[in-house]
Design a protein around this ligand. Structure first.
Ligand code: ATP
Ligand code: MG
Length: 588
């Protein structure tokens, strides 16, 4: 540390990966003709919808590329023909773009490089490299049964046993491999395995015990059709795809740490065959996002969809990117979240309230305010002339006068919240309550309207309060000189019963009641929050009829809401609650 007051403090890298990238940039580690010095990739398998954990990886990889004038490729790891579908490819592209990232890079000469890639684009090269590995004695065709192979692999305490086919002549392996490709065998009859060293089967790292690199799979592939009946394994495909795309920093989650020795061995070995531009990529691991009150495994998310526990992948309760989007989350809120949680190698849990706090923080300064009555109770202003209306106005945003004013009418009959009336007021309750004995009823201001005094209420045959009666003071209207003559403690929101827009509002909450629903083998299905979705018929201020799908508002007192992008009709929006105004969970 320098004590020299004049030297500027060094800009500290904000996480360990940035530190690595910066030191590589300083050392010129990845300087290559005509290529950026930072090339990352986001490599999803197209077997499901992306979730908030993927967003962390997307923001990290595309973010590094953006911040260091590099490039990030979107690459589909589509080597498993059975599980992959075009639907998933489409939604993943959509989600990456919605998050604000792009893989089209304009060049100095005006051309545009498209960096949308598929591992299946490399099937020919992958195959040729496999033949080369066989010829060099680095791979062999194993013909053991799957059971024998599993038994001979050993376990963490016991070294594995060499396959009886391990030392078969290279020419024999090569011929068998070609016959595998030609379709002469059934699934599982043979497999191609790498041989990283003579004693690899005794390696303490299970991933080095002659890992399978090609298997027979008579299956139709979304992109290559029936051209192949052998498919490369993930551990073989991934490093090679990285190297062919000239990736500099291959960033993955911690569980791949034990795969790194094979990654390095494979790229080092193949680079001796002249297959790649040097230097080859390096793999770095960071800890995956674990978020409380959700599950983030694609398999478990699929179960929720398939068992119709939620209404599809984009159900606003789902932690998928399409779900968050429909719920009303903004890309900016997700970026803020990813920045805030940082990138480390320490495994841990991030609380859902962090994500919720980010969307509040993003929306507070920009969401227009609106009035919504979610649990309506009729209010009748007895001395207000029937048929009369007057406009009341209010700022669209309390801190942003430039967003303008909104107006809404007051009339004789209004809707107020059920909770804004109590027959017998609790201590410190300043909203409506009726006259009791000689004491008059409470005085309450109808926000942006008049001061009123409660004079009575009606009940139905079941004893339920169905209307509150008040009288208003004509000289008390907000914004007029007379309004100052009234000092009232209660101030409530309301909408005109004749002008209100009736709308379906979905009050979403957390999907699970347990903070870690799938930890330690818990039955996550039994921990679903039965109150994660409540549908109410609400009354909204008239301007809300014009709300456009995806438009977000703060409904005063209630929280942030979005006009549902799927179910809203012109003039008839349906709203989703994104988040309440305050965190109601940490206190529970
Ligand atoms: P799942 O286990 O839910 O099926 P996955 O890891 O198999 O997810 P991929 O499509 O293989 O999903 O993931 C693409 C990229 O996203 C990988 O680089 C992976 O490391 C990263 N990723 C997946 N889940 C998370 C997470 N929870 N946090 C951070 N990164 C993640
Ligand atoms: Mg995976």
């Amino acid at each position: 540390m320098s004590n020299d007051k004049n030297s500027p403090a060094p800009a500290l890298p904000s996480n360990f990966l940035r530190a690595i990238v910066e030191s590589d940039l300083a050392a010129g580690t990845h300087v290559r003709e005509g290529m950026p010095s930072v090339i990352t990739r986001f490599p999803p398998e197209p077997n499901g919808y992306l979730h908030v954990g993927h967003a962390k990886s997307i923001c990290l990889n595309f973010g590094l590329a953006r911040d260091y004038q590099g490039r990030c490729n979107l690459r589909f790891d589509d080597t498993n023909p059975a599980k992959e579908e075009q639907e998933y490819v489409d939604t993943i592209i959509d989600s990456v773009k919605w998050l604000g990232f792009n893989y089209d890079y304009p060049q100095a000469d005006g051309a545009v490089e498209h960096h949308l890639h598929y591992a299946s684009d490399y099937f020919d090269q992958l195959y040729l490299m496999a033949e080369w590995l066989i010829q060099q004695g680095h791979a062999y065709v194993d013909s053991q049964s799957a059971e024998d192979m599993a038994a001979n692999r050993g376990n963490f305490n016991t070294p594995g046993t060499n396959s009886p086919f391990r030392n078969r002549p290279r020419e024999e392996s090569l011929q068998l491999f070609r016959d595998m490709k030609a379709g002469k065998f059934a699934d599982g009859e043979h497999i191609l395995r790498a041989k990283t060293s003579e004693d690899a089967m005794a390696s303490p790292n299970m991933n080095l015990r002659d890992p399978a690199i090609y298997r027979i799979r008579h299956a139709h592939h979304v992109r290559t059709g029936d051209a192949w009946c052998i498919y490369p394994m993930y551990d073989y495909t991934h490093p090679i795809s990285d190297a062919l795309e000239n990736i500099t920093h291959s960033i993955c989650t911690l569980e791949f740490q034990d795969h790194r020795p094979f990654y390095d061995w494979l790229l080092h070995t193949l680079s001796q065959g002249g297959f790649f531009t040097l230097p080859v990529p390096r793999q770095y691991e960071f800890s995956r996002l674990n978020l409380t009150y959700v599950v983030t495994s694609k398999r478990k998310l699929r179960q929720l969809v398939e068992e119709k526990i939620v209404d599809g992948w984009d159900d606003p309760r789902m932690p998928t990117i399409v779900g968050l989007r429909r719920r009303g989350y903004t890309p900016e809120a997700i970026h803020l979240f990813c920045e805030r949680i940082g990138v480390t190698k320490a495994d841990g849990w991030i609380d859902m309230s962090t994500l919720e706090g980010c969307v509040r923080e993003d929306l507070d300064p920009k969401a227009p305010r609106a009035t919504a009555v979610l649990r309506p109770l009729k209010l009748i202003i007895d001395n207000y002339p029937e048929g009369q209306t007057e406009e009341c106005t209010s700022p669209v945003h309390p801190h942003h006068p430039e967003m303008g004013q909104r107006s809404f009418p007051i009339s004789r009959e209004l809707w107020i919240e059920e909770e804004d009336f109590m027959e017998v007021p609790a201590k410190g309750y300043f909203r409506y309550y009726p006259p009791i004995g000689d004491a008059p009823g409470s005085r309450v201001r109808l926000r942006h309207g008049y001061v009123t005094e409660c004079v009575g209420y009606d009940k139905d045959d079941n004893g339920k309060v169905i209307a509150v009666h008040v009288k208003y003071f004509e000289d008390s209207k907000s914004g007029t000189p007379g309004s100052d003559n009234y000092k009232v403690k209660g101030n409530i929101h309301w909408v005109s019963a004749t002008a209100a827009v009736e709308a379906e509002v979905r009050l979403y909450d957390r999907l699970f009641t347990d903070a870690q629903p799938d930890a330690g083998g818990k039955d996550f299905i039994s921990l679903l929050n039965p109150n994660a979705k409540e549908v109410v018929t609400a009354y909204l201020e008239p301007g809300m009829a014009a709300a456009q799908p995806d438009q977000r508002f703060q409904f005063e007192r209630h929280g942030y809401f979005v006009a549902d992008r799927v179910d809203s009709q012109p003039g008839k929006p349906v709203f989703n609650r994104i988040v309440t105004l305050k965190d109601s969970w940490t206190a529970k």
